[in-house]
Ligand binder design. Structure first.
Ligand code: AHR
Length: 503
């Protein structure tokens, strides 16, 4: 692969796509493997605070600044009895978790999760069990969390030490209910009817909650996108968001196609956005439903049977994927898609947050940030305001799966309240540096405030406890801006963020 020409990016502060929902920078925590136990909660760690929370993990999560965290699952949710996880710890049952064939001690539950969210200033997003759970249990959990302490379940919360309501705003109506692997799997119509009735009761307890319907588990399900259409037709007026999940892989070791996966992500969004438009029109509705991409990540290396089955042990090592440079570039372009489709994607949760398919890895006394931690952190810290519709002229390259693709994958944000703008650029070339000309139209910066860059010559390079900053952002000298133009050279296999103040 050899490319000699130059690329151009045109940034026009008037060409806004939509405001960026801060909730697209969210995470996910499931009772799976070592996500909770030995991940965020580990009383035996030298880093634990008085409540058993890992202070080093809290610090990393504050830095990455997830606006919300989805909990407690995942497949775990569909067999979870929420009452097991509240009240005095010594009275909580040990149970067999059928989803991950692990032992669940219930030492961490809803109230501990809410306390954890407060510690990192994030909005809790709770799931209700629509697998083995009833619509009554779903409604009871809303009463427990959000009602004043005057009736049975809300009083129980007060007895457990929380007199004030938690006011949980975001609620998922089950998890991946289209999947035959799901405990209590349902057909689309059965699910739609159950979700609608659960939603009705939950809202009667608290009319201000936001509800997220289960969409297809991925775009390869045989029932996709019919499942989505059916569930939405039944639930349209009862819900606010529709979920989508996807895990990307490079099983064929076809790096040039893997690096072009934004095309697949955008296709998935296009289809579901069309389903949303279709159902809205069919229902003659003025109500809008947005997409919640509430599980997304790269996941294919840690997928042996022992990555899914815990052998009936506590906190087994499940799906502890290690992320490399090419994974980091896929994560970066996934987040570019969140900006480019900011009109319809309003929630996105990286799956997951610690140890299990996660950018963070813990040992009892240490923490490691994988390559993917950094693009998530840069987007979360620097993308705000509105997404801009940038025009990109890029040399192209051939991929086995997607044909001819541009070498550059780009998104941009502009916050008119602060004047801050950020440009996010992935160079997919595995071999060549690419000069790029940045052209500002309408507002233009006097200077570039910072350029952050993550790159690696080997797509398989990783971080490790021995070499923790092997792949991490570096600051490169900002190029001069003259007459609204600047020129940068993008190394191969790189992700670059350009920060400016537009005036
Ligand atoms: O994130 C791991 C699992 O992947 C979740 O439990 C499930 O929802 C998905 O299939």
């Amino acid at each position: 692969m050899s490319h000699s020409s130059k690329a151009q990016i045109y940034i026009d502060s008037n060409r806004t796509i939509s405001s960026i929902s801060p909730l697209v920078f969210s995470g996910f925590l499931e009772h799976m493997g070592r996500a909770i136990y030995e991940g965020i909660y580990d009383p035996a760690s030298p880093h634990a605070d008085a409540n058993g929370l890992r202070t080093d993990v809290l610090a990393a999560l504050r830095e990455i600044n997830y606006r919300s965290i989805r909990y407690p699952g995942g497949n775990f949710l569909s067999g979870y009895r929420w009452l097991d996880g509240v009240g005095p710890r010594d009275q909580r049952p040990r149970r067999r978790d059928l989803a991950w064939q692990s032992i669940e001690t219930n030492q961490f539950g809803t109230n501990e999760f809410i306390d954890f969210c407060k510690q990192i200033n994030t909005e809790p997003m709770l799931g209700v069990n629509l697998g083995t759970g009833t619509i009554q249990e779903a409604a009871d959990l809303v009463e427990y969390c959000n009602a004043p302490a005057e009736t049975k379940f809300a009083q129980l919360r007060a007895e457990h030490g929380y007199p004030d309501p938690h006011n949980v705003k975001y609620w998922c109506l089950g998890n991946e209910m289209d999947g035959p692997w799901q405990i209590g799997h349902l057909e689309a119509e059965e699910y739609g009817l159950k979700a609608r009735e659960a939603a009705k009761m939950m809202r009667w307890h608290d009319p201000d909650i936001n509800l997220i319907l289960c969409g297809s588990s991925n775009a390869y399900m045989p029932t996709y996108p019919d499942w989505d259409r059916t569930a939405l037709e039944i639930c349209w007026d009862a819900v606010d968001y529709h979920s989508m999940h996807h895990y990307a892989n490079n099983r064929d070791n076809d790096t040039s196609s893997f690096l072009a996966l934004a095309a697949e992500f955008e296709g998935y969004v296009d289809t579901l956005a069309s389903v949303l438009r279709y159902v809205k029109a069919k229902r003659r509705s003025k109500h809008d439903v947005y997409l919640s991409w509430d599980e997304w990540n790269v996941w294919y290396k840690a997928t042996t049977p022992s990555d899914f089955r815990g052998g009936w042990t506590e906190a087994p090592h499940l799906s502890e994927e290690i992320y490399n440079v090419e994974d980091m570039l896929v994560v970066a372009q996934w987040m570019n898609v969140f900006l480019r489709r900011a009109d319809v994607i309003k929630i996105a949760c990286v799956a997951q947050s610690v140890n299990v398919i996660s950018p963070l890895h813990t040992t009892r006394d240490g923490i490691l940030k994988h390559t993917t931690y950094y693009p998530i952190m840069l987007f979360s810290q620097l993308a705000s305001g509105a997404a801009l519709d940038v025009a990109v002229k890029s040399p192209r390259y051939e991929t086995p799966k997607f044909g001819d693709m541009p070498l550059l994958d780009v998104s941009a944000s502009y916050d008119e309240t602060t004047g801050k703008s950020a440009l996010f650029i992935v160079n997919r070339s595995q071999t060549d540096s690419l000069p790029v000309e940045l052209n500002w139209q309408a507002l233009s910066p006097r200077a570039i405030s910072a350029v952050h860059q993550i790159s690696g010559t080997n797509p398989k390079a990783v971080n490790s406890f021995e070499n923790p900053f092997n792949i991490a952002p570096v600051r490169v000298a900002p190029p001069v801006v003259q007459d609204g133009r600047a020129e940068l050279v993008l190394p191969p296999l790189s992700f670059t963020v350009v920060e400016t103040d537009l005036a």
